[in-house]
Design a protein. Structure first.
Ligand SMILES: C[S@@+](CC[C@H](N)C(=O)[O-])C[C@H]1O[C@@H](n2cnc3c(N)ncnc32)[C@H](O)[C@@H]1O
Length: 278
């Protein structure tokens, strides 16, 4: 396996994923019940962004330094970044920076040097456990969690097309094992075919509440080109759909992607459907 998230850290896919993860955690904190974040494909935790270039420049690098200019939905993400974009925090660090003392993070990573980097980045935080193990089977091992609420992030590398099917199957299984868990699955958008097949599988899953959110910087009709990314959110918190539909176009505007970008917030199951142009 050759995947290194360092090349992608802080890109527009990370912005969407980490912004939605942060917004969800902030909402769950309104209740005292403990939160367990299960990060099945956790990565290295902290990434030095190369000032000379990199995908981050078309992602976090496009957001204004003044975070008060960011749309409201991004406020918890801004809080997690705490005024510094480098080293850029990956999903386990974003979560830990927002979570409370009685919450925890279970992070899985198969590549030993990456897991070692993650342990170093977590600096002995007693709320976090790093497991060097397969994240797909970890979902079965760790769900359901007790007590409290689980937030599951499934963020595989998509080195081959098989991750779309694995993502759909494991999201469905996780939702069945943990009937109150909020489950997020990230996917790249390179043309519509794979994304639509994933949406179709989730529509047919028999799970009552599933949202699909996409943030694209380019039109998505070209099958080979990375146009942006999406997140499937099973059991999104109340009004997350409305807030994303209102704020994603503002985010596109703030990042200077207005000419070519777009956003979608669609219910795949439950509630209603909605599209928004950037
Ligand atoms: C997209 S990156 C994760 C980024 C991270 N979730 C974030 O948002 O900061 C995917 C990671 O999954 C790891 N990985 C690949 N296959 C895995 C597996 N079967 N189980 C757990 N981790 C895996 C890769 O080494 C890589 O670090």
């Amino acid at each position: 396996m050759n995947y290194r998230h360092h090349f992608h850290a802080g890109n527009v896919g990370d912005v969407l994923k980490h912004m939605v993860l942060a917004a969800i955690l902030e909402r769950l904190k309104a209740k005292p019940a403990p939160i367990t974040v299960i990060d099945s494909h956790a990565g290295a935790g902290l990434y030095d962004l190369d000032p000379a270039g990199g995908e981050w420049r078309d992602g976090i690098g496009r957001l204004p330094a003044d975070t008060t200019a960011w749309p409201e939905i991004a406020a918890p993400y801004a809080a997690a970044l705490a005024g510094r974009v480098t080293p850029y925090p990956g999903s386990p660090l974003i979560a830990l920076r927002l979570l409370r003392p009685h919450d925890r993070v279970i992070a899985c990573e198969t590549v030993e040097p990456v897991a070692a980097e993650l342990r170093h980045a977590l600096a002995g935080d007693p709320r976090a456990a790093v497991h060097r193990r397969d994240g797909w089977s970890a979902l079965r091992a760790f769900l359901p969690v007790k007590p409290g609420r689980a937030v599951v992030l499934i963020d595989p590398p998509f080195e081959d097309g098989g991750d779309f099917t694995r993502l759909a199957n494991h999201m469905m299984e996780a939702a069945r094992r943990a009937p109150t868990a909020i489950i997020l699955g990230w996917y790249p958008v390179k043309g519509r075919r794979a994304a639509e097949a994933l949406h179709g599988a989730m529509r047919d899953a028999g799970i009552p509440k599933i949202l699909a959110v996409e943030l694209l910087t380019q039109p998505d009709h070209d099958a080979g080109r990375f146009a942006g990314s999406g997140l499937i959110v099973i059991r999104p918190p109340y009004r997350l759909d409305e807030d994303l539909a209102r704020d994603l176009p503002l985010l596109i505007e703030a990042m200077g992607w207005r000419a070519t970008g777009s956003a979608r917030v669609d219910w795949l199951a439950g509630e209603t459907s909605r599209d928004t142009e950037g």
